[in-house]
Design a protein around this ligand. Structure first.
Ligand code: DO4
Ligand code: MG
Length: 283
């Protein structure tokens, strides 16, 4: 099942049928046993007409987030470790990435408050004070206040590789700024955990031409999803749950940087496609 947030209501999708829900987002998604609760609601809900669904999931679609914080895990795939070691070689920071890949404690960092998150089709921003900007396509967990992984969405952890590479202490500036994250299009709530064979795909288009394409199975991740959730909830309470991006494996070559006007498409099996154009803030 999938949950969509729109400007006027919440929409539940089940077996390609759509239903309007009279619920509050933060309360609904934080319910333990969310799949069972939604399945129980289905029989009493009238199906939405196709025209209404098209209108709601078009211009009215919002990111699937209410008051939740967005956190992110880093260096969870070998390719991410290699890329960070390359970009930080000159600054002497490479060892940090090498060590965190094998350490017991994962790299977890704060990524965004909801107002900094781009919705599907809304622009993500690149920094003007950064010469090397990339999208990071990431399976993103919704973990409720009881530390249970309830659902999944697609996340884009927009990043400045030049700022991150200059000094690991600049990580918050490389990662956290307006519209440095995108989430969507829906919160996917399967009956059983997402399979390890699930693929993450990303393409980047520039002036109608594809300039990057890559894919990876989530089985390539070094850490378990539950392990990341468990570390995040140590000593920290999330009263309405939180989102956790689980790291990237798809890293364009070192000669690639995003440009305004690029279109980033990220697809994850079962969830859908998250599409965002790229812009400078205020442009
Ligand atoms: O340590 C830097 C960030 C790593 C990251 O965002 C990733 O691996 O996805
Ligand atoms: Mg990342």
């Amino acid at each position: 099942m999938k949950l969509y947030r729109t400007t006027s209501s919440l929409i539940l999708e089940s077996e390609e049928k759509y239903y309007q829900l009279d619920e509050t987002w933060d309360v609904l998604i934080n319910r333990d046993g969310l799949y069972g609760y939604l399945a129980g609601l289905l029989s009493g809900l009238p199906e939405l007409e196709a025209d209404r669904v098209t209108a709601l999931l078009g211009k009215e679609l919002l990111a699937p987030i209410g008051s939740q914080e967005v956190w992110a895990a880093g260096v969870t795939y070998l390719r991410s470790r290699e890329a960070r070691m390359e970009e930080s070689a000159a600054s002497g920071g490479a060892d940090f990435y090498d060590k965190v890949y094998v350490a017991e404690r994962p790299e977890l960092f704060f990524k965004a408050l909801p107002h900094r998150v781009a919705a599907p089709f809304q622009a993500v921003y690149i920094r003007r004070d950064s010469s090397w900007n990339v999208p990071e396509p990431e399976l993103t967990l919704y973990i409720n206040s009881q530390a249970h992984i309830q659902g999944y969405t697609i996340g884009n952890d927009m990043s400045s590789r030049s700022i991150e590479g200059e000094n690991p202490l600049y990580l918050p500036q490389a990662k956290v700024y307006d519209r440095s994250a995108a989430l969507g299009p829906a919160l996917y709530i399967p009956e059983t955990p997402i399979p390890a064979t699930t693929m993450i795909r990303m393409t980047i288009a520039r002036k109608g031409e594809q300039v990057y394409s890559g894919e990876v199975a989530i089985s390539q991740m070094k850490r378990k999803l539950e392990e990341l959730a468990e570390w995040l909830f140590r000593e920290t309470e999330f009263s309405v749950g939180c989102y956790l991006m689980t790291g990237t494996c798809l890293v364009p070559g070192n000669d690639f940087t995003l440009q305004p006007g690029d279109i980033v498409d990220i697809t994850i099996g079962g969830i859908g496609t998250l599409t965002n154009p790229v812009k400078y803030r205020g442009a």
